[in-house]
Write a protein that binds this ligand. Sequence first.
Ligand code: ADP
Ligand code: MG
Length: 248
Amino acid sequence: MGILEVQNVNKRFGGLKALHEVNLTVEEGTVHAIIGPNGAGKSTLLNCFVGRLKPDTGSVVFNGTSLLGLKPHEINQAGVSRVFQTPEIFGNLSCFENVMIPAFARRDGSFTLNAVSRLSGERSIQEKAMHMLEDLNMGDKAGVQADQLSRGDKRRLELAMCLVQEPKLLLLDEPTAGMSRGDTNTTVELLRTIASRGITMVVIEHDMHVVFSLAQKITVLAQGTPIAEGLPQDIKGDPRVQEAYLGG
Ligand code: ADP
Ligand code: MG
């Protein structure tokens, strides 16, 4: 039994079958990559894990508990955090405040932006947030307004916002999308460090260099269905995978 068990998940958007009979087991403590051509259903699948979308049929079980029917914040409280394809940060707040907000939400179960002013009295949350920023080499950016950051630093900030919640499972949708080679390499190193601490990760990624340097297991999705699964070295030479990419 994996930490995440996905069985027979189907999802339609009108006439479009975005996901068709998806089965997936993510083993605890591994980095599991989901790859596939554009429109294959990768983001849709992740959305089904975090409660943004509800599968039409099938089951999603995390750590023995069904995630279906739970609200996004309940899934988050259960230990699942997600980095989106486009960073979701509070652009007009400082990096420090951005990281304090999810730390606060994790402790108290909810947070509204009106409560930002209360954070000045939250010593332990402040320490946790600062520690997290330093951990990701962003200590010097604590006071910087988030929308002033480079693209790579925005991603790093978002990662800090996830990690401060101490997730058991971290979901990453194209964490290096739009990054320079330098930022990509830094991010890969960072993700390797996070993985080495035992956090399970599911990562959707286009950059094959990133996939092969991070993942222990790869699932290939094409037209909403897994067409191949295995170790990176097996996936690399799989003709079905090459066909899905060339044909896609
Ligand atoms: P990927 O992340 O693999 O590129 P997506 O999961 O974003 O693919 O999309 C899978 C398919 O579902 C695509 O054809 C996309 O256009 C469609 N799709 C995704 N989200 C929606 C939505 N909310 N409404 C309608 N169609 C959608
Ligand atoms: Mg996507």
